[in-house]
Ligand binder design. Structure first.
Ligand code: NAP
Length: 497
């Protein structure tokens, strides 16, 4: 049993790190150094300082991991019954819960997010393993009626070795939601976490091993995208790539996968609108808009980064939203503030560029708009929670994903204009709708092109609900029973009898 949360937080605050963090790849059931012997630092965004290091992997390490995953597929994992696979995943869920405190503190240090959010991510990861544990022995095929002289049926066979490439904003939960259905479907896994946040993927590997997963079924190679991610995507023995990240990298991943006709699921960026109509419950809408943009300092693919609001309530709503935004506390994630740091200096510089550009174009900054620091230490990579008011539909801060705590406001006169604004970006990930009028809500839900619609509660749903994007937000669906389809290839069998 791991140390309790207060002790772990105290250790991390006092020493700047945690003892015993993993620092090697996890390949074929063992922790191994990079074949090159190289390592790379990982940083605490709340202090801006390196606090741990991991192996810097390359093509040779990827080769070893894919070979292990391929061998395990043929020897052990294909031989396990679906019910046995389910038991492994249930054990994994309980071990994640048992070690939740340590995982949450490691995530908080690596990623920067407030401790309460990190705990939520770990709980969500355990839930993903539990949900797909229950699905393993329910992946049924179909019989197809061809008449009494034939028997035709379908089988859901595992696609094979799967690659999982994840970003830095939700390291453990993004990995959990993609590897749990892959394992449930009978596939083996090679994961490549973001270079900024490699730790919880390695910790998860240890827990899956403790759960009894056979050697080679789950492998983790740490390293940069070009050095470790690219050879993994290009490997001919990888049969499916689940990629979560930016549109630019997703495009490269799809091109590389095309060379081997490897399947891809692409979970890319967003610029999601939160539509607030004048008949909405103001309290509900205010809480929803605040959470939609400031959770994880706005570094969420599905963040509600555009407020699309009816003119009749614009001034009153903005006044109260601004007041509440100014009250949000900033600080190191371990002290569990309302808003933590952004993940890296590079990400902070990107946010600053967008906001300075908006100021230069004369856009009104209702609140925020500047770099900040941890009030206790004066260090870290922080940006003030920011609202940019009355932004034109073609402005760059409406059209591009900033990935920071920056809300851009668009004012509308009608439902038709709300639909036009909601659909008026290259993305189609999420839309939030706040109204008490069911007809308006359902019309907006029908006419907005997005993978998910949240009505009167932003981020409503859980692992049970399929999730994914339209347009440049990607394609394929994670979560829900739908996710299992990505990891199955259907075989049809037809017999004359
Ligand atoms: P990113 O730069 O595209 O990186 C994502 C992952 O791809 C990282 O592991 C990265 O490795 C790896 N990578 C980089 N170059 C690669 C290559 N040539 N081949 C294979 N892999 C490569 O994205 P990010 O900045 O980390 O994440 C932010 C983006 O993710 C945002 O756009 C956000 O909206 C999106 N996102 C989407 C979802 C969703 O569910 N739709 C969820 C979360 C985030 P290194 O980091 O080690 O270089």
């Amino acid at each position: 049993m791991s140390a309790r949360l207060p002790e772990l937080v105290e250790e991390a605050l006092a020493t700047g790190t945690l003892a015993g963090l993993p620092d090697k790849h996890f390949i074929n059931g063992r922790s191994v150094s990079s074949s090159s012997g190289r390592a790379m630092d990982t940083f605490d965004p709340g202090s801006g300082r390196p606090f741990a290091h991991v192996a810097a992997g390359g093509a040779e390490d990827v080769e070893a991991a894919v070979a292990a995953a391929k061998a395990a597929l043929a020897t052990t994992w294909r031989q396990t019954t679906p019910a046995e696979r389910g038991r492994f995943l249930y054990r994994a869920a309980s071990l994640v819960r048992e070690h939740a405190d340590r995982l949450a503190v490691a995530e908080c240090l690596d990623c920067g997010k407030p401790l309460g959010e990190a705990k939520g991510d770990v709980a969500g990861t355990a839930r993903a393993f539990e949900y797909y544990a229950g699905a393993c022995d329910k992946l049924q095929g179909e019989t197809i009626p061809l008449g009494q002289d034939y028997l035709a049926y379908t089988l859901n066979e595992p696609v094979g070795v799967t690659a999982h490439i994840t970003p830095w904003n939700f390291p453990i939960s993004t990995l959990g939601r993609s590897v749990a259905p892959a394992l449930a479907a009978g596939c083996t896994v090679v994961a490549k976490p973001a270079e900024q946040t490699p730790l919880t993927a390695l910790m998860l590997a240890d827990l899956l091993s403790e759960a009894g997963l056979p050697e080679g079924v789950f492998n983790v190679v740490t390293g940069t995208g070009p050095e470790a991610g690219a050879p993994l995507v290009a490997h001919r023995d990888v049969r499916h790539v689940t990629f979560t990240g930016s549109v630019a990298t997703g495009t490269l991943v799809m091109q590389a996968a095309a060379r081997n006709i490897t399947r891809v699921t692409l979970e890319l960026g967003g610029k999601s609108p939160v539509i607030v109509l004048s008949d909405s419950d103001m309290e509900q809408a205010l809480a929803g808009v605040l959470g939609a943009i400031y959770e994880n300092a706005g570094q969420i693919c599905s963040a509600g980064s555009r407020l699309v609001i009816e003119r009749a309530i614009h001034d009153k709503f903005l006044e109260e939203l601004t007041r509440r935004t100014k009250e949000l506390t900033l600080g190191h994630g371990l002290r569990d503030p309302n808003v933590g740091p952004v993940n890296s200096q590079a990400q902070l510089d990107k946010i600053v560029d967008y906001v300075e550009g908006a100021k230069a174009r004369g856009i009104r900054v209702a609140t925020g708009g500047a770099r900040a620091a941890d009030p206790q230490t004066g260090a870290g990579w922080f940006f003030e929670p920011t609202i940019l008011d009355n932004v034109a539909a073609d402005d760059v801060v409406i059209q591009e994903e900033i990935f920071g705590p920056v809300l851009a406001v668009q004012t509308i006169e009608s439902i038709d204009e709300a639909i036009e604004r909601a659909n008026g970006t290259p993305f189609g990930l999420v839309a939030g709708i706040y109204t008490q009028d069911i007809t308006k809500a359902l019309r907006l839900a029908r006419d907005i092109d997005a993978g998910q619609i949240y009505i009167n509660e932003y981020f409503a749903g859980g692992i049970e609900v399929p999730f994914g994007g339209n347009k440049k937000s990607g394609f394929g669906r994670e979560k829900g029973l739908e996710a299992l389809r990505s990891y199955c290839k259907i075989k049809s069998v037809a017999a004359k009898i």
